[in-house]
Design a protein around this ligand. Structure first.
Ligand SMILES: Nc1ncnc2c1ncn2[C@@H]1O[C@H](COP(=O)(O)OP(=O)(O)O)[C@@H](O)[C@H]1O
Ligand SMILES: [Mg+2]
Length: 240
């Protein structure tokens, strides 16, 4: 469902962030990307949903090439989850989830009165999926970090995306909350067949929750293995 061929990205200031990435992900897989800070993990995810324009190579999502012409379609098929949650603090959880229905061009307009009853019901269902229905009308800044990230997940799944992109979704959380967030992503993966691509720092979490682990070093994939096969030798390639 996702195919990346020889993807390169060099930023305008000359920094080469991706140096020829090849990666295939099947529908329904849960894949983690492990790599040090600066290895290109965020750039890779942002390229997949069109937030960054690649310098070279191709990305196909659901058999369609990702480019300027398909960007709206691509963004409708993908949901993104962020390390710092990226919620609007003074909005309720449900209104934050509803922003997941806005396209990036009108995201910052206050159009909440325009959401239909059905859309509000969908938002409540998303909050129920992440176990946060009873906090639907709390302001997001009243919630704990783990709860905020659950709102972030509810926002990402309201459009029922084929692919969820999670950029270090647990890096700001304590170990218990981190485990809960990953088990929630796993539940969404299993119940809805949503494909998941997740950037992580923690090897143990990557092995516990993913089907496959990809190692990224300096903008290149240096391994791509079933999570059961990941051992010290592979990790040394990343963290040596
Ligand atoms: N907007 C940008 N402009 C210039 N360089 C960038 C930009 N974003 C990231 N980089 C550089 O690209 C490389 C990869 O960054 P990033 O994808 O954020 O890595 P990671 O998410 O693995 O920490 C780093 O060297 C980083 O400094
Ligand atoms: Mg990053």
């Amino acid at each position: 469902m996702l195919e990346i061929n020889d993807l390169t990205k060099t930023f305008a200031n000359g920094t080469p962030a991706l140096k020829g990435v090849n990666l295939k992900i099947n529908k329904g897989e849960f894949v983690s990307i492990l790599g040090r800070s600066g290895s290109g993990k965020t750039t890779l995810l942002r390229s997949i949903n069109g937030l960054e324009t690649a310098s070279g190579g191709e990305i196909y999502l659901d058999n369609k090439q990702v480019n300027l012409e398909t960007i709206n379609e691509v963004q409708n098929k993908t949901g993104m989850i962020f390390q710092e949650f990226n919620l609007v603090n003074n909005l309720s959880a449900i209104n934050n989830v509803l922003t997941g229905l806005l396209s990036s061009s009108n995201k910052f307009l206050s159009l909440f009165y325009l959401f239909s009853k059905d859309q509000k019901i969908d938002a409540l269902k998303s909050l129920e999926t992440v176990g946060l229905l009873e906090k639907s009308y709390n302001r997001s800044d009243e919630l704990s970090g783990g709860q905020r990230q659950r709102v972030g997940i509810a926002r990402a799944i309201i459009k029922k995306p084929l692919l969820l992109l999670a950029d270090e979704p647990v890096a700001s959380l304590d170990p218990k909350a981190a485990d809960l967030i990953l088990s929630l992503l796993k539940k969404i993966n299993k119940e809805y067949g949503t494909t998941i691509l997740c950037n992580l720092h923690q090897v143990d979490l990557a092995k516990k929750y993913s089907d496959r682990v990809v190692g990224l070093v300096d903008g290149k994939v240096i391994f791509n293995e079933k999570s059961n096969d990941i051992d010290k030798n592979y990790l040394e390639k990343i963290y040596a």
